[in-house]
Design a protein around this ligand. Structure first.
Ligand SMILES: Cc1cc2nc3c(=O)[nH]c(=O)nc-3n(C[C@H](O)[C@H](O)[C@H](O)COP(=O)(O)OP(=O)(O)OC[C@H]3O[C@@H](n4cnc5c(N)ncnc54)[C@H](O)[C@@H]3O)c2cc1C
Length: 456
């Protein structure tokens, strides 16, 4: 293989460090890891893997809960050295290479008071996040990350590089906006930029005993709020770190994490409504540079912790569901474990379910339940809490989950996550990756020839 980047095999000193991903629960041993330097490296690696019939995983930021950025025995195509970024302030766009993290992009944009709407932790990769949909602090204002995507360069399973946009290969462009890494390797993304210099954001926390009331008020607020307002609801334990008052350390709490954009007076008023309802035990909400808010919790969640993920989309947060959430919040198994309800109404609802592959535009929240702990001995404890919590709440959900918040949960779960869009995704998969070369992902199986004929 002729590669400008690095080719790392089992004998290499860097092997263990390079094969590891963000979730410490994942322990896979690929035969070879290709750290690509450029598009030519990506094409060479794809051609080599295809020729030698190697199972191939693609890695952007390595954050995926199910560890889909690494595989056993085959090849990992790692994009983390491809971090090129080019801002274009004339057209208000930014082109970023597939190995960028959210923090790389925020760093480049903040100085101009701009942002790409992405996720809430700066160490996540733009690749996996975007291809699954992408939700975060700016979702209510500007939509999902895919709603700001203008174009992507994609290396296909046959080694060809093509561009996907509304004008070129528009079926592929539809599919990569939510369909994950099923269709090829995105070497660069072109995004529209939005205004997000200083925002009015940060956490407000209350004792868990207040969670039911805060959650009900939160429901009413966020379902009716203007798109300038954003806050997600969390059940959590106060970390024992200096930024929080010592008497609150390790106390179970509920919280709102704000990110209001636009008019400062209206932002203050929205947050004040909750201050007046019940004085928060912690109130760090105020004017803050957007990228500081994005990176606020990075240090609390370093690489290597054990993570067990369960998720669902939610439309109606009933009183009964609120009670159950609070019940499981009281049972948070470890200090890092948490539940987040991310609002995806507002601008996310501007598109219909079938306008992109992301098929839950009718949901109001993406809920995630994560059991997290540094100690592998607690794997069972965190997993069983997350599973029991999810099983109790699943009947109140829309039935499928955000693919970026899932472990490997089987075909039926993937289908449920794409609902009516699954068939179309399977047809597009057949066109661009008929042999299912890209299968280390929330896998969409290509429609077979027989199935296709039956359709006609
Ligand atoms: C702490 C934490 C916080 C998170 N917060 C958010 C959040 O706020 N909002 C949100 O939407 N999600 C969030 N996520 C979920 C995140 O979107 C997914 O974990 C996503 O898969 C991460 O992308 P990655 O590139 O880092 O992952 P990787 O593990 O590198 O890859 C994940 C999947 O995407 C594919 N992939 C990655 N890059 C490419 C590419 N360039 N071309 C083709 N396929 C590719 C991989 O093959 C793999 O299947 C969070 C995850 C963590 C761990």
């Amino acid at each position: 293989m002729s590669i400008r980047g690095l080719v790392i095999t089992k004998d290499d000193l860097l092997y263990d460090e390079t094969r590891s991903v963000y979730n410490g629960m994942i322990d896979r041993h690929p035969a070879v890891i290709v750290k690509c330097r450029d598009v030519a490296d990506v094409i060479t690696a794809v051609n080599f893997a295809r020729l030698h019939n190697l199972l191939t995983a693609v890695r952007g930021g390595g954050h995926n809960g199910g560890g889909l950025g690494v595989c056993d025995d085959g090849m990992v195509i790692d994009l983390s050295m491809m971090k090129g970024i080019r801002m274009d302030s004339t057209s208000d766009t930014i082109r970023v290479e597939g190995g960028c993290t959210l923090g790389d992009i925020d760093h480049a944009t903040q100085v101009f008071g701009k942002a790409v709407p992405t996720g809430i932790l700066s160490t996540t990769g733009i690749g996996g996040l975007t291809l699954g949909g992408g939700l975060g602090h700016l979702s209510r204002k500007y939509g999902l990350t895919i709603d700001s995507l203008l174009e992507a360069d994609v290396v296909l399973a046959d080694g060809h590089l093509i561009t996907a946009s509304e004008k070129e290969n528009s079926d592929l462009f539809w599919a990569i906006r939510g369909g994950g890494g099923n269709f090829g390797i995105v070497t660069s993304f072109l995004f529209t930029l939005h205004d997000a210099g200083t925002v009015y954001g940060g956490p407000m926390l209350w004792p868990i005993e207040d969670a039911e009331e805060i959650m009900r008020q939160y429901r009413e607020f966020i379902l009716n709020a203007s798109n300038d307002h954003y806050c997600y609801f969390a059940l959590l334990t106060v970390p024992p770190v200096a930024m929080f008052p010592a008497e609150l350390h390790l106390k179970k709490m509920c919280g709102l994490l704000w990110c209001n954009v636009g008019d400062a007076e209206k932002s203050t008023k929205a947050a004040q409504r909750f201050r007046d309802l019940k004085k928060p035990a912690v109130d760090f909400c105020g004017p803050i540079p957007f990228n500081a808010l994005q990176g606020m919790f990075d240090a609390l969640y370093p690489k290597g912790l054990q993570w067990y993920w369960k998720a669902d989309f939610v439309k109606d947060l009933t009183d009964e569901a609120i009670k159950l959430n609070v019940e499981y919040g009281h049972q948070l198994p470890t200090p890092h474990s948490t539940m987040h309800l991310y609002p995806i109404n507002g601008a996310c609802h501007d598109k219909q379910n079938n306008e992109t592959a992301f098929s839950y535009r009718d949901a109001n929240w993406a809920q995630v339940i994560v059991g997290v702990d540094p100690d592998p001995a607690n794997k069972e404890k965190i997993s069983s809490w997350a599973k029991a919590y999810w099983e109790a709440l699943h009947p109140f959900s829309l039935g499928g989950a955000y693919i970026n918040f899932m472990m490997e949960e089987g075909e039926a779960r993937v289908e449920a996550s794409y609902r009516d869009n699954y068939r179309q995704l399977a047809r597009i998969k057949r066109k661009y990756d008929p042999d299912n070369f890209f299968k280390v992902n929330q896998n969409i199986k290509p429609v077979t020839v027989a199935e296709k004929e039956l359709e006609h």
